[in-house]
Design a protein around this ligand. Structure first.
Ligand SMILES: CCCCCCCCCCCCCCCCCCCC(=O)SCCNC(=O)CCNC(=O)[C@H](O)C(C)(C)COP(=O)(O)OP(=O)(O)OC[C@H]1O[C@@H](n2cnc3c(N)ncnc32)[C@H](O)[C@@H]1OP(=O)(O)O
Ligand SMILES: NC(=O)C1=CN([C@@H]2O[C@H](COP(=O)(O)OP(=O)(O)OC[C@H]3O[C@@H](n4cnc5c(N)ncnc54)[C@H](OP(=O)(O)O)[C@@H]3O)[C@@H](O)[C@H]2O)C=CC1
Length: 515
């Protein structure tokens, strides 16, 4: 019998960020392994014309929840959506709902965050710091609370090279920043942001570091743990391999490479690609929830959920496997044949951006314009290059994260729990994982049918022929222009033509003699 699964039986669990990438996998695993849990409260905001109930139904009726619907047919009754906006005071939760949450909650998983790298500092502080502070305040009023699990990121200290499972202080106290945000206007925030952020590359990683400090400072008597995942990727094993549903992190790059937009990226092929499957993160999260509640460690434990020190894979190997998977499983509607490489040299990057990214986009836009359609490729390409520029920081460096607490927890689990809540990345076969990842991007993110593969291959062959034709025409025009302007080019051309003529004459003469 799984101790972890049994632990969640009969429990009331509060989840923030439940509609997000990690949140969905968390609910799925909880409902599948502990169908006898009492209730999962999820704090959800109505969005894009969808009511709360519609948002929940969309999740429960999705492919990801296929197994859950079998194991726990009354899953609709287990999930109680509470209208909440984490940007508002008291999260804009109604009095009755708040009362129920305060009196019933046993475990909190705090996943909500803004994960955008370019978010305005004010918004990032509001969600990643102030909302965390407010949630901790709510937690302190929950008599039945057994554990508060905060999801942070392994990159909250990306300004360091070696990172231990401890909280590192930021130079300015989070409380001061929260207070200042109330009276600083946007112009002041914009001016002061780079000074506050120092050597953090973006508002996301900086505010996640502040969020951890808040957790430490406001922990009081709460039983808290922090989980720091690195770059979270598609599912490895559960509920099925390759599930992914957003364009964050590597996903967008895989789409861009598979559709032939991405041709070159500034990256160190030997830098460690610290990817971690989302189901591994969730298994660790549930194990940490159990351990924190049952063993009540004396201090707040931090768990690194990373792959680099236990089973490293570098960007070079990952990129090769992504590209070789496209050969077998091409994406539909490719702009060009997938071919991309990593380059470390800045001049080469500028050259490749001009020749391999911007020029084809402009040529295609001219073609669209000439055929009476709206040009769009240059805009799309600029967006891609902007995204790449934000990701570059993470693919040109390696970090070392120690994993003592994570390994300690692994050894505390029963063999049954080690199997059901597996977070041992040493068992991960990268080549197989990446192949399933690319397949998952095609099936679950791009929603492409596998039956379309022959047509996609045919399309790539057509693109290849267009590429050869374009290059030949381009070469001939360039050569013709050169000959018209340069005596040297004319001499070379004369030499080549006369050489070919002599060779052909000799070949013809010798074959006539033989006959
Ligand atoms: C040699 C072979 C190469 C083969 C590929 C190999 C893969 C290598 C990849 C390397 C990737 C490394 C990634 C490292 C990441 C480190 C992460 C740290 C971990 C974390 O803790 S947090 C989670 C990560 N967070 C993110 O990834 C968020 C990043 N996103 C943003 O910050 C913003 O979205 C961004 C990129 C600034 C764009 O902002 P904006 O221009 O305002 O666009 P929108 O977000 O509003 O979206 C508009 C539009 O664009 C679509 N979109 C968004 N992102 C992408 C994308 N990456 N690729 C393609 N399209 C994207 C979005 O869906 C919208 O479309 P609409 O149709 O709705 O308009
Ligand atoms: N994905 C990754 O690679 C990594 C993620 N993490 C961490 O994991 C956690 C989850 O990330 P992930 O699932 O990828 O993020 P997503 O962007 O997929 O999900 C974010 C969640 O937060 C919710 N949310 C955002 N703003 C509000 C608000 N004002 N009120 C209520 N809910 C809100 C979103 O709700 P809505 O659907 O309404 O927008 C969504 O459910 C984060 O803490 C992140 O820092 C850490 C390392 C890597």
């Amino acid at each position: 019998m799984s101790m972890i699964a049994a632990f969640y039986g009969g429990k009331s669990i509060l989840i923030t960020g439940a509609t997000g990438f990690l949140g969905k996998v968390l609910i799925e695993k909880l409902c599948r392994t502990s169908p006898d849990l009492k209730v999962i409260y999820i704090l959800v905001r109505p969005k894009a014309g969808h009511t709360l109930q519609q948002r929940v139904s969309q999740i429960i009726n999705s492919k990801l929840f296929e197994k859950v619907r079998e194991v726990c047919p009354n899953v609709h009754e287990k999930i109680r959506a509470i209208s909440a906006d984490l940007n508002q005071n008291d999260f804009a939760i109604s009095k009755e709902d708040m009362q129920e949450l305060l009196s019933c909650t046993n475990i909190i998983f705090h996943c909500a965050a803004t994960v955008r790298f370019d978010d305005h500092l004010r918004h990032a502080v509001q969600l990643n710091v102030t909302a965390t502070q407010q949630l901790l305040f709510m937690a302190s009023q929950m008599p039945k609370l057994e554990a508060f699990i905060h999801i942070s990121t392994a990159f909250s200290n990306c300004n360091l090279k070696h990172i231990d499972e401890v909280i590192y202080p930021c130079s300015v106290e989070p409380k001061k920043i929260i207070d200042s945000m109330e009276w600083w206007d946007d112009a002041i925030v914009d001016e002061i942001a780079p000074k506050l952020m120092g050597d953090w590359p973006n508002t996301y990683t900086y505010t996640k570091a502040l969020g951890e400090m808040v957790v430490q400072q406001e922990s009081g008597n709460l039983n808290i743990a922090i989980i720091r995942p690195s770059i979270v990727g598609a599912t490895w094993q559960e509920p099925f391999p390759g599930w992914v549903d957003n364009l964050n992190g590597p996903n967008g790059m895989i789409v861009a490479a598979g559709r032939g937009f991405l041709r070159a990226i500034r990256a160190s092929p030997l830098a460690v690609a610290d990817l971690i499957p989302v189901d591994t993160v969730i298994n660790l999260t549930l194990a940490v929830g159990w351990y924190t509640a049952v063993h009540r460690p004396k201090s707040t434990l931090i768990y690194h959920c990373t792959s680099g020190n236990l089973n490293p894979c570098n960007w070079g190997k990952m990129g090769c496997q992504v590209l070789s998977t496209f050969e077998k499983i091409p994406f539909e509607k490719a702009f060009r044949r997938p071919h991309a490489d990593f380059t470390a040299n800045t001049i080469t990057v500028h050259y490749r951006n001009a020749v391999s990214h911007r020029a084809p986009a402009m040529i295609y836009d001219i073609y669209l314009w000439l055929t009476g359609r709206k040009p769009r490729m240059t805009k799309l390409m600029n967006r891609l290059l902007r995204t790449i520029s934000m990701l570059e920081y993470f693919i040109n460096r390696s970090w070392e994260w120690s994993t003592y607490n994570t390994e300690m927890l692994m050894s505390e689990l029963s063999p049954e729990d080690q199997r059901i809540f597996n977070f041992d990345v040493r068992q991960l076969n990268w080549l197989e994982y990446i192949e399933n990842y690319v397949l998952g991007v095609k099936k679950y993110l791009l929603k492409e049918d596998m039956a379309g593969i022959p047509e996609a291959k045919q399309h790539l062959r057509r693109l290849q022929n267009i590429y050869y034709l374009f290059n030949t025409v381009f070469f001939l025009i360039a050569w013709r222009l050169l000959i018209a302007r340069s005596q040297i080019a004319r001499n070379v051309w004369f030499f080549i033509v006369s050489f070919c003529y002599k060779f052909l004459s000799y070949f013809r003469a010798s074959s006539t003699l033989k006959a």
